[in-house]
Ligand binder design. Structure first.
Ligand code: BDR
Ligand code: CA
Length: 317
C-alpha cells in the first residue's frame, strides 16, 4: 500500500486526481493538504471538503497558509476561465461545507504525518510548491523521512502554459519550487512534457459516467467547463495534468525519465522556468552543482495512462 499526502488546489483536474487516489486499491490516502493556485486557498479548501463529503473520503483536509515563499509575489489572479469562479467548473459548489478542517496548517500536517510514518509517505504535489517548502523550512529533517515526492509542474523540453518559459504550478511560487527541487529527497517531476499528451476525451468521460456511478457523474459535471476551455488546445477532451502524477506512483513503467539536478528560475522574463542539468552533461562549475539529481519525465505511454485512469475511476468504492 502506498501512503499518500495529496497537496492540491482543486481545481478540475485536481478533482479527477483525487478520485483516482481514493479509488485506487493500492493507495492509502492519509491526508489532503490545500494550496492556492486554481483559486484562493479558501476556495480550494472549501472544494477539497466538498469533494471529501461527496465522495466519502476519510482523509483529513489541512489548509495551507495561502502565501508564496516570497511575500512580494502576493497571489491574487485566479484562472477562472479554466477552472471557473468556484474552482470546480461553475457547478455552484455550496459556500460552506459542514465538515471540520484539520487544526494544523498544511505544512505542519505534512511534518507530523511524515514523522509518524518514517520512510513510508509519498507526497504528491499538484499545485504551488509552497506547503512543501514551508514544511522543509520548519523541519528540514523530513527530507530524509519522506519516501518520494511526485510533482505535477514544470516544462523542460516544451513551452510553458502560463508563459513560453513556465508552467503554472511552478510559476505561481518559483522560490518555493526551487527549495523543493533542490532538497535532499527523491523528487520526480511530471511536467507538461508528458501531461500535455494525456487527454481524456469527452466520449471516454461519458463512458466512465455510465459505469462509475454518481461519483463519476459529479466528476463529469465538474469537468465540462474545463473541457470547453481545453477544446481550444486539444481535440474534444481535457488534459489530465494532475492524474498523471498519481499514475506515476502506481505505474512508473509507463514513463521515461531523465536524471539530473533541477533548478527553477526566479525573476526576469523566464520567471518560473524549470531547467535540468542532465547527469550525462558536463559544464563549468555553476548553479546546478552539489545538489541532488532528480527525475524529470520526458516520455509517457499516454494511452495506457488514460486506460489506467479510466479503469480506476470506474471501480466501485
Ligand atoms: C497545473 O495547473 C493547474 O491549473 C492544474 O490543476 C495543474 O495542476 C497545470 O499547469
Ligand atoms: Ca492542480
Amino acid at each position: 500500500m502506498h501512503k499518500v499526502i495529496f497537496d492540491t488546489d482543486p481545481g478540475v483536474d485536481d478533482a479527477m486526481a483525487l478520485l483516482f487516489l481514493h479509488r485506487h486499491p493500492e493507495i492509502d490516502l492519509v491526508g489532503i493538504t490545500t494550496v492556492f493556485g486554481n483559486a484562493s486557498v479558501d476556495t480550494t479548501t472549501r472544494n477539497a471538503l466538498f469533494l471529501k463529503r461527496e465522495w466519502g473520503i476519510a482523509a483529513p483536509v489541512a489548509k495551507g497558509e495561502g502565501k508564496t515563499w516570497d511575500p512580494m509575489r502576493n497571489p491574487v489572479d485566479w484562472p477562472v476561465l479554466i477552472h471557473g469562479h468556484d474552482g470546480l467548473g461553475n457547478i455552484d459548489v455550496p459556500e460552506t461545507i459542514d465538515l471540520p478542517v484539520d487544526g494544523r496548517p498544511a505544512h505542519r500536517f505534512i511534518i507530523d504525518t511524515v514523522r509518524a510514518n518514517p520512510g513510508e509517505v509519498t507526497l504528491i504535489a499538484v499545485g504551488r510548491m509552497s506547503n512543501l517548502a514551508y514544511a522543509l523550512k520548519e523541519d528540514p529533517e523530513i527530507a530524509g523521512l519522506v519516501k518520494q515526492v511526485i510533482i505535477m509542474g514544470g516544462a523542460f523540453d516544451v513551452p510553458g502554459n502560463i508563459t513560453p518559459a513556465a508552467e503554472a504550478n511552478i510559476h505561481g511560487d518559483p522560490e518555493a519550487a526551487d527549495v523543493v527541487m533542490t532538497a535532499p529527497w527523491k523528487v520526480v517531476v511530471v511536467g507538461l512534457d508528458v501531461t500535455m499528451q494525456t487527454v481524456m476525451t469527452r466520449t471516454r468521460l461519458a463512458r466512465i459516467v455510465e459505469r462509475g456511478g454518481k461519483d463519476a457523474k459529479l466528476l463529469s459535471d465538474i469537468s465540462q467547463f474545463y473541457i470547453d476551455f481545453y477544446g481550444r488546445h486539444v481535440e474534444d477532451g481535457m488534459v489530465v495534468h494532475d492524474s498523471c502524477a498519481c499514475v506515476y506512483l502506481v505505474a512508473p513503467e509507463l514513463f521515461t525519465t531523465r536524471s539530473g539536478a533541477i533548478r527553477v528560475v526566479a525573476g526576469g522574463i523566464a520567471d518560473g522556468q524549470t531547467i535540468q542539468k542532465p547527469d550525462s552533461r558536463h559544464f563549468p562549475p555553476g548553479n546546478w552543482d552539489d545538489i541532488p539529481s532528480q527525475l524529470a519525465c520526458t516520455g509517457i505511454e499516454a494511452e495506457m495512462v488514460i486506460n489506467l485512469i479510466e479503469k480506476t475511476l470506474v471501480r466501485q468504492g
